[in-house]
Design a protein around this ligand. Structure first.
Ligand code: COA
Length: 373
């Protein structure tokens, strides 16, 4: 089996940011409009008034201060509350492929690689913008890569599942250098009219280059010591959008065709699962949690990350040990832990170990243990 390294990462951050203040102002305008339009029905007790959102709640419940988005005006317009991303002709690069190409170019440069070196492309993320052709094949074509490409979706865990798939292909000799990309347009599947979740997501794209350790040229690289994945079916995070929707007109446009979650249940069920998962994975590799220099955790909720780190370490983790990017990026689904890795790994020294971990819908949990070369 070939030894595998992560030799480069890249990050595409969209050009627009939305603060909690801006988001809440737009949501509350929508609520006021709705309540005014339904004033008679509300007064007659036939319909419940909507409640306003609050910046304080968002910060306290999630730790999120701001998020980056592909389109700001469309989703802040109280009459629309959906990003405005115009359809492109089939001859133009699709939105997701465009983000992917941006992040991929940076990852290739950091790895000291060109498109000609890549022999496999994986696009792994929560939502694909079309059924086919695979977005990954479009990315492969746009970058001029030979070999083959395919898409994967394991929701927020898509990147760790993608890393394992890439690492296995390299270890077995099927591929030598793999590009794995996570173009997440979370604002397009978020219900901005839902007070419980309108603040949760942002958009971003990450890219990771993995390759055979003996071929790698990048000075900043991490050996993949091991990957561990687990899934357990749950309806607590669900999105029913799909190609069968048009077969029953009654459901078209209903809220369940966007992201829906039971946030409290997710919190309670997922945190212990992830804590145990990471501890078990480290034990299998004969590592103690105290030997881990850094945890690049999925970035969904600050309290979740603090609790998971506490369960693994038996004490509070410092921000240096478990970096936080969700305050600026919000939840960017599968890209989150890779953003943390991309921004907080340069300072690590030879032999230091880190854990990149994801968790989310499915449920799905993944961990990748990495050692600085
Ligand atoms: N503004 C003000 N108040 C709000 C609000 C908002 N935007 N949204 C909800 N509230 C209210 C609720 O109505 C509730 O009021 P009540 O106590 O009178 O019933 C109260 O705040 C608490 O709501 P709750 O939903 O229980 O909050 P929470 O503390 O569980 O935080 C989440 C909500 C979603 C942030 C949190 O549960 C979470 O992060 N869960 C995990 C999410 C996650 O990681 N998902 C993975 C996605 S991949």
């Amino acid at each position: 089996m070939n030894q595998v390294v992560i030799s480069g990462t890249g990050l595409f951050t969209p050009p627009h940011a939305i603060s909690n203040e801006e988001l809440v102002a737009s949501f509350n305008r929508y609520v006021q409009q709705y309540n005014a339009e339904h004033a008679t029905a509300i007064a007659a007790g036939e319909c419940e008034p909507l409640a306003e959102s609050s910046v304080e709640f968002i910060v306290k419940a999630s730790g999120i201060q701001s998020r980056f988005v592909l389109d700001k005006d469309g989703l802040l317009d109280p009459d629309r509350m959906t990003p405005l991303l115009l359809e492109r002709s089939n001859d133009e690069l699709s939105v997701q492929a465009e983000m992917a190409v941006h992040a991929a170019r940076e990852a290739l440069e950091n790895a000291g690689r060109s498109a000609a070196d890549i022999d496999m492309v994986i696009v792994a993320c929560s939502n694909m913008q079309r059924a086919y052709p695979a977005v990954s094949i479009e990315v492969q074509h746009a970058l001029g890569i030979h070999g083959y490409a395919f898409d994967m979706n394991v929701a927020c865990s898509s990147a760790t599942f993608g890393i394992q798939t890439a690492a296995n292909a390299i270890a077995s000799g099927q591929a030598r250098v793999v590009l794995m990309v996570n173009p997440e347009i979370c604002t397009a599947h978020l219900n901005f009219r839902d007070r419980d979740s309108h603040f949760i997501f942002g958009d971003a794209c990450t890219a990771v280059v993995l390759e055979r350790a003996d071929l790698a040229v990048s000075a900043h690289r991490f050996e993949v010591l091991g990957c561990k994945l687990v899934t357990l079916f749950s309806n607590n995070i669900r999105n029913n959008a799909g190609f069968l929707n048009r077969c029953d007109e009654r459901g078209v446009g209903a809220p369940d065709k966007l992201f829906v979650q039971q946030g409290r249940k997710v919190f309670k069920e997922v945190c212990p699962m992830v804590g145990e998962h990471i501890v078990d994975h480290l034990a299998e590799l004969e590592l103690a949690p105290g030997e881990v220099r850094r945890f690049w955790l999925h970035q969904a909720n600050l309290s979740m990350n603090e609790l998971i780190a506490r369960r693994v370490l038996g004490r509070e983790a410092s921000r240096d040990e478990a970096p936080v990017i969700l305050d600026r990026y919000a939840n960017t689904s599968s890209a989150g832990s890779v953003i943390a890795f991309h921004l907080f790994s340069r300072d690590m020294t030879e032999g230091q170990v880190g854990v990149l971990s994801s968790f989310g819908a499915g449920y799905s949990v993944g961990s990748v243990v990495l050692k600085k070369y």
